[in-house]
Design a protein around this ligand. Structure first.
Ligand SMILES: [Mg+2]
Length: 254
């Protein structure tokens, strides 16, 4: 057995609860867009566009879903889907193409401004700070949070946006990309995440250790998989693993 050298983390619903911020971001950036556009058109003495928050928001969602079907390789690249959907919606609503592109980009700036306003679990920063003393750390997310602007960014020298790689988890590519950048073999690494399908299974199948964050322990755990209810229990799992590795020879056996 070899020693643990690196730990990779999912972000959303692993290091923070994502639900509230996502709802605020969804609602907030579209409302911002409609209000800013209305003011811009009024200043130019142009009529308001026929886009309501509710109807327009529903249409925006349907356009993203349709686009993800038409361009399946982009299905996990949520920023791309949103930009293209907004551009098309605004152009169809009557904006010139150049104005549609500008307003779609501005709306996505607002999206990212709101999207990074996550509140990490209170234990997260201290935990990551302690882990960086002993392990290399990386973040691997399917989400489209701005990786350099998220509040825990300084702990992750390697951060992978899997959707932008066109290989959202459970695709093994983002895991292998992180491991290769860290120069660590899968069996010397651990992935921590809340999704059984997107975090635990692909990591386990690559030979990594995996820590599943789930309050319910309703499954049999395959080898190298550990379950915790909350990120604050992670040090206990690592300690147990390190002890076991130490007793079995650690770095001296391969
Ligand atoms: Mg997650």
């Amino acid at each position: 057995m070899t020693m643990l050298q690196a730990i990779t983390f999912d972000l959303d619903d692993t290091l923070w609860d994502n639900h509230g911020v996502m709802a605020r971001t969804e609602e907030g950036h579209y409302r911002w867009l409609l209000e800013a556009l209305e003011a811009w058109r009024a200043a130019r003495q142009e009529t308001a566009l026929a886009l309501s928050h509710e109807g327009g928001g529903q249409d925006y969602l349907q356009r993203r879903q349709q686009l993800a079907k038409e361009v399946p390789e982009r299905r996990g690249d949520f920023t791309w889907l949103r930009l293209r959907a907004l551009e098309a919606q605004l152009e169809e609503a009557g904006l010139h193409r150049s104005a549609a592109l500008m307003w779609a980009a501005s709306a996505m700036n607002e999206f990212h401004r709101l999207r990074v306003q996550v509140t990490p679990h209170p234990e997260a920063a201290g935990l990551l700070a302690a882990l960086t003393e002993r392990y290399q750390l990386a973040a691997i997310t399917n989400g489209n949070i701005h990786l350099q602007r998220q509040p825990l960014a300084s702990y992750f020298p390697v951060a992978i946006a899997a959707g932008e790689l066109l290989a959202p988890k459970p695709d093994p590519t983002p895991f292998l990309t992180a491991l290769s950048r860290l120069n660590v073999a899968p069996e010397c690494a651990m992935h921590v995440g809340d999704s059984w399908q997107e975090d635990v299974l692909p990591a386990q199948q690559l030979g990594m250790h995996a820590v599943w964050i789930s309050e319910l322990g309703d499954r049999a755990l395959p080898p190298r998989v550990h379950r915790i209810a909350h990120i604050k229990e992670l040090p206990g799992v690592i300690e147990k693993l390190e002890k076991r590795q130490h007793h079995s020879g650690g770095v001296y056996s391969h």
